[in-house]
Design a protein around this ligand. Structure first.
Ligand code: GLN
Length: 556
């Protein structure tokens, strides 16, 4: 590890959901622009060993790393803002730490000592933080401690951070992301909850160096001074973080309050280099506001309530991937979430899909709403609406093709029915065993796998290369038994695992459909603001070309 390696801890005050993840990501972006190498770390204080078994509609998307670790959606924000691939060391939960310490104790790893929360858990936490810094060879670790000040669950992480501060007073700093509510009857931002949160943090032996004050409005100087005096820090160390339209504006907004000079001063550092990162970022942010075209895309799945309500947490990576590709094509895309069950109860409703320039079926699990999804795919195929199927969206596109083009009426995925004569999507043998043993956690095909693409295919043209790597999270695969017959009937498996056994991409030839592509992977996990994902970009381009395209109605 580098000498004088720096640590910035980000802790939430007052309430959850104040945007610690976006604040940390934005700080990381700003530090990168000053020439520093940063490594973000997300600490989730819950007892789950990873995020894999958590319900996405309640807890948000499960974000998968190259390594296959299933993590919190904040890791996606870090990867997107910082344009880097994160490692397993960059994510931790209390469950993961406790499990390690308890397993070590069972194996006599503590040589007869009494094993205690302090110091053994806190030491293990610090070891992991150091490992993350070492893995990236970074200058600064940016560690977001999940939860809110006052939770029982995150106390040991705050204690570990406090210990580090005592050992390295010049190299460790604390940022509290707080919230200033505006009671309806008063109409002004109130500072008291923030003051109380700082007092509580003080009671753990920690003093924040910076307070990021989230709230509906920009913080005026009077309130900044009030917070500064009450919480014992300099007025310039209180940063205003008003609600804004796009999360990608946050780094630029923080810099309006000159957060970088506060951070560098606190950590006894000097700017390394101005590398223009924020200039590039600014260009990207402007793309959003200057977009001249618009698209309407339907996202059809089983979890959704129909309407403008966005499942923004459960499918955040898909949403962002579409945004990036759209912005760089001077387009704003409106996603509409459609509950596939609506088509099952009212088949006529399928006609409403004519109002969209493209259709996405994202990943998912289980049986409900699946027939409605298959109806959607049939509509997209027959009406030549650009279609992008992500994971389940590819599997069900294969099922639809087998049923309605080949005529295997009982074609299905084993996830729904494995008793029919045409189980065209099947479970892998070793996956079957795991399920029989009732082992669910971290047992799917997870993480980055390479694929070889067919020359001249839509996907190969989109990626511009023959070999690609994407992240996976699924149990089922195209059944190799049927590949030949499906291809003879006209669907092309345009990307496979290097040994040719696993079907990674399926598409319809360009001559028969403008854009009909499915992938077994989750390419959305690799989309970045400054490097939009080529497959999403190809899809957006195809949507812009369709006759249904609302580009003929440019934004006012
Ligand atoms: N349910 C499917 C499987 O497990 C697809 C999973 C997904 O879409 N991520 O294979």
């Amino acid at each position: 590890m580098k000498k004088n390696h720096k640590y910035i801890f980000v802790i939430g005050g007052v309430m959850s959901g104040v945007g610690k993840g976006i604040a940390s990501s934005s700080i990381g972006k700003i530090l990168q622009s000053k020439g520093f190498k940063v490594n973000p770390v997300k600490v989730d204080p819950y007892l789950n060993v990873d995020a894999g078994n958590m319900n996405p509609t309640e807890h948000g998307e499960v974000f998968v790393l190259d390594s296959g670790l299933e993590t919190d959606q904040d890791m996606g924000n870090y990867e997107r803002f910082l344009e880097m691939d994160l490692e397993s060391e960059d994510y931790m939960t209390s469950g993961m730490i406790y499990k390690h310490v308890i397993d070590k104790e069972r194996n006599l790893g503590y040589r007869g000592k009494c094993v205690e929360a302090i110091p053994h858990i806190t030491e293990e936490i610090i070891t992991r933080w150091k490992k993350s810094a070492e893995t990236h060879g970074s200058d600064i670790s940016l560690i977001e401690i999940g939860g809110t000040i006052g939770d029982y669950q995150n106390i040991l992480f705050i204690e570990a951070a406090r210990t580090l501060k005592i050992k390295h007073p010049q190299d460790v700093m604390f940022i509290m992301v707080s919230y200033l509510p505006v009671p309806g009857s008063l109409g002004e931002m109130k500072t008291r909850p923030t003051q109380n949160a700082v007092r509580q943090l003080n009671s753990y032996g920690v003093q924040p160096d910076v307070i990021i004050a989230r709230g509906p409005h920009t913080l005026d100087i009077k309130r900044k001074e009030k917070i500064a005096i009450a919480c014992a820090l300099l007025t310039e160390n209180v940063i205003s973080a008003p609600d804004i339209e796009s999360i990608y504006d946050v780094p630029l907004n923080f810099e309006r309050d000159r957060i970088s000079s506060v951070l560098l001063k606190t950590l006894h550092m000097r700017t390394k280099a101005h590398n223009g990162e924020l200039e590039e970022w600014k260009k990207f942010v402007e793309k959003r506001t200057k977009a001249k075209k618009q698209l309407k895309i339907a996202v059809v799945g089983k979890y959704f309530d129909t309407g403008d309500y966005t499942l923004s947490d459960a499918y955040v990576s898909v949403i962002e991937a579409i945004k990036f590709s759209s912005y760089w094509k001077d387009t704003n895309t409106k996603l509409t979430w459609i509950n596939s069950k609506d088509f099952e109860t009212n088949p006529k409703k399928i006609e409403e899909l004519k109002n969209y320039d493209g259709i996405i079926v994202p990943g998912g699990f289980g049986e409900s709403g699946i027939e409605g999804v298959i109806m959607t795919i049939e509509y997209a195929r027959k009406n030549k609406v650009p279609y992008l199927g992500l994971c389940y969206g590819m599997q069900l596109a294969v099922v639809e093709f087998c049923r309605n083009v080949i005529g295997w009426k009982d074609a299905n995925t084993a996830e729904i029915n494995s008793k029919g004569t045409h189980t065209v999507i099947d479970i892998m043998e070793h996956q079957k065993k795991l399920l029989e043993e009732g082992r669910y956690g971290a047992t799917m095909r997870l993480g980055a796998y390479p694929a070889i693409l067919k020359s001249g295919s839509i996907v190969q043209n989109a990626y511009g290369s023959k070999e690609v790597s994407e992240r996976h999270r699924h149990r089922y695969e195209v059944n190799p038994k049927y590949v030949k017959e499906i291809e003879e009937a006209g669907m092309v498996f345009s990307g496979t695992s290097p040994d040719g056994k696993l079907m990674e991409y399926a598409e319809l030839p360009k001559a028969t459909h403008p854009f009909f592509v499915g992938t077994q992977a989750h390419p959305e996990f690799k989309a970045r603001p400054l490097h939009p994902h080529p497959l999403f970009t190809a899809f957006v381009e195809a949507c812009l070309k369709t006759p249904t395209s609302s580009q003929s109605h440019p934004l006012k």
